[in-house]
Ligand binder design. Structure first.
Ligand code: NAD
Length: 360
């Protein structure tokens, strides 16, 4: 397979974790005979320092022409004084819009070796946890009409509108079902169809799309129940498909169950499963340049890219298993360190994963 990948290391710990992830990716390419052409480009603070803007047109072009984008993290205190449209994080919003990345995928993976980091009762996560939240990212209440008003007595009021078009629901539903095909073949659609008209449409379209995926089971749950079930028994879930606001809340709840920000990858996909893949953490300026950053979220982001965008499940599984092996062997960066485990640097963690990939 031949793929062009845009690589944006970014700011803070971004370049440090990206270096480790690319080592692993290149090795996978060699082992499985794939040609991954990596085009490194600037965005965020690094681009502001060079060009004065967070997303140079050259970077946008490279990303548009690539088959996938890998991103470290953008931002940091050096650029905090800049106003909204000139801030490093602005590059992310432009990229999402220009690349039409409407589907946000956030796996919440709790490796059994790290179950002490989970705030739930150990018996609930004895064998770890592995679920995927598929969140609609460019519609719903965050993008509907909104207004601040004053009534005739001068008192303030405001409204937001939750609007979904059937095409918006259909395209996110397809992403969720496609994702379920590569996992345990279960989709849970989360809505508030007992109250909201937009949720009733959401549910109707989910059922229609499910007809094209006879191998996948579709179930429905109201958002309030889903929020409760997620902490009652997180292992009942495989793929959770939901709208923008419910997904925002549920994906944070799910990531908290795993206990560590340095471990979680994410993807934002377009209609053709092309996507941008990045850790959920930021640029962590407090530990940048000290060899303390956990590179596993970035390494797992490359695995997500292989599976979600390139359909290379075997290669992705190899990386995920290698990460699990390294954790089972007791190696930890500082953020996940506990007594009795072995503390390693960013570089050394990357090397351990590479060794594990190599020996499988
Ligand atoms: P952060 O995620 O960078 O850091 C939060 C805490 O988690 C810090 O204590 C940090 O040291 C730790 N941490 C984060 N990633 C880690 C890793 N891989 N290994 C070990 N520890 C890790 O969030 P923040 O401090 O709120 O933001 C810092 C900067 O990052 C800000 O400029 C923010 O705007 C930006 N940011 C960027 C993105 C992105 O690029 N997608 C996302 C979030 C925040």
């Amino acid at each position: 397979m031949h793929k062009n990948i845009a690589v944006i290391p970014g700011d803070g710990i971004g370049p440090e974790v990206m270096k480790q992830a690319l080592k692993v990716l290149k090795h996978i390419g060699n082992t499985f005979n794939h040609q991954f052409n990596l085009s490194e480009c600037l965005a965020g603070g690094a681009a502001i320092d060079r060009d004065g803007i967070p997303l140079p047109s050259e970077t946008l072009e490279i990303c548009k022409n690539a088959d996938a984008v890998l991103l470290g993290a953008l931002g940091g205190p050096k650029w905090d004084h800049l106003d909204g449209k000139n801030r490093p994080e602005r590059a992310l919003l432009i990229l999402r819009k220009e690349l039409e990345l409407f589907a946000n995928l956030r796996p919440a993976i709790l490796f059994p070796a790290l179950k002490d980091a989970c705030p739930l009762k150990p018996s609930l996560v004895e064998n770890g946890m592995n679920l995927m939240v598929v969140r609609e990212l460019t519609g719903g209440i965050y993008f509907g009409d909104q207004e601040k008003l004053k009534d005739s007595n001068g008192k303030e009021a405001a409204y937001d509108t939750m609007y979904y078009h059937e095409d918006e629901i259909r395209r996110i539903a397809k992403i969720a079902f496609e994702m379920a095909l590569k996992r345990k073949k279960k989709v849970l659609s989360v809505d508030k169809a007992n109250v909201l008209e937009s949720s009733r449409l959401w549910r109707k379209i989910m059922i229609e799309v499910a007809a094209d995926y006879p191998g996948v089971t579709l179930e429905h749950m109201y958002i309030d129940n889903a929020a409760m079930q997620l902490i009652r028994d997180p292992n009942q879930f495989d793929v959770i498909a939901t709208g923008n606001m419910f997904g925002d809340i549920l994906s944070d709840e799910a990531s908290m169950i795993t206990g560590s920000i340095g471990l979680l990858p994410s993807a934002s996909l377009d209609a053709n499963q092309k996507g941008m893949f990045e850790p959920i953490h930021g640029s962590a300026p407090d530990i940048a340049g000290q060899g303390k950053a956990n590179p596993l979220a970035m390494i797992l982001s490359t695995a997500m890219m292989l599976k979600a965008s390139f359909d290379l499940s075997e290669e992705a599984d190899r990386i995920e298993k290698a990460v699990e092996h390294v954790l089972n062997s007791g190696y930890r960066t500082e953020d996940i360190y506990s007594e009795g485990t072995t503390l390693v640097s960013t570089e050394s963690m990357g090397e351990r994963v590479l060794d594990a990939v190599n020996s499988m």
